[in-house]
Design a protein around this ligand. Structure first.
Ligand SMILES: Nc1ncnc2c1ncn2[C@@H]1O[C@H](COP(=O)(O)OP(=O)(O)O)[C@@H](O)[C@H]1O
Ligand SMILES: [Mg+2]
Length: 263
């Protein structure tokens, strides 16, 4: 379990976390949503040890994050930051292999190579293995970085807006893959999303951040309401339920307030 206790984060007088506490259980996908600029990415950086909180603690399996042992702490993480540009002269396969940098020695073992090729194959990117990463599209880059994060076999997987450039097919490939691996391997998976429908579909636990506060947390079906959407985003929306009992959100276009007729 990854735990945050009484976290206080601020840049000068901009407060991004005001006494926030939560526990993220292993084997579940935890999705963070909230308005632009509310501190979601900053929170992930803090969990990774990139930023020092003003107050509060981060713990994994009861062990506190200690900045003296940052390297040890980070070994547990697969972390895909937001808007990464791959500006190095490496192939897709090489970038995926970097996920296992700790295990790479002067001689690359067959098993690592096999694993990297398999992970590319599983997400439908094997045909790109020898491509220079500088020639990839934004969506292809996101998929490659996802494969790299998986290669780490992390205990904690953090994905910051991982689907922002993906088409419908690759959104599903990535998120299904994440879901299956999280449950099978008992990872603590944390993902920031803007698409509330994807959040509702894939979050086992949804955390809603706004103005430095955790304003709601729980299963999407229990917390996603029109009131919450309005409070957090200032947007009027209907929250409907699909045949599997999962909420879906339909925003209203100005001047088109008609409600949906469901078949
Ligand atoms: N190093 C920094 N110094 C000062 N302000 C920062 C720094 N990093 C982020 N911010 C500000 O903190 C706020 C939250 O940023 P961020 O965590 O990236 O938001 P989100 O991911 O929720 O969109 C933004 O207003 C941003 O400009
Ligand atoms: Mg962000």
């Amino acid at each position: 379990m990854l735990e945050v206790r009484h976290l206080h984060l601020a840049f000068d007088d901009l407060v991004l976390a005001d006494d926030i506490s939560f526990q993220l259980e292993a084997g579940l996908t935890h999705v963070i949503i909230g308005p632009n600029g509310t501190g979601k990415s900053t929170l992930l950086k803090t969990l990774f040890g990139d930023l020092q909180p003003k107050q509060g603690e981060v713990l994994f399996a009861g062990e506190p994050l200690n900045r003296k042992h940052l390297e040890q702490w980070r070994k547990r993480f697969g972390y895909m930051p937001q808007d990464i540009r791959l500006d190095v002269g490496l192939s897709v396969l090489e970038v995926v292999l970097l996920g296992q940098l700790d295990a790479l020695s002067l001689k690359l073992g067959d098993s690592l190579l096999e694993e990297a090729l398999q992970s590319l194959d599983q997400i439908g990117l094997l045909h790109l293995a020898n491509r220079d990463v500088r020639t990839l599209s934004g969506g292809q880059c996101q998929m490659v970085l996802f494969a790299q994060a998986l290669m780490r076999q992390p205990e904690i997987l953090m994905l910051d807006e991982p689907v922002s450039a993906l088409d419908l097919h690759f959104q599903q490939v990535m998120l299904d893959h994440l879901d299956t691996n999280t449950k099978r391997n008992g990872w603590v998976s944390i993902m920031i999303l803007h698409d509330l429908n994807l959040a509702a579909q894939y979050a086992d636990n949804l955390l809603v951040l706004k103005n430095g506060k955790l304003v709601a947390q729980g299963a999407p079906k229990d917390i996603l309401t029109p009131e919450l959407v309005y409070d957090v985003y200032g947007v009027k929306a209907e929250v409907l339920t699909d045949s599997a009992g999962i909420p879906f959100i339909r925003t209203q276009r100005a001047g088109h307030e008609a409600t949906l007729t469901l078949a």
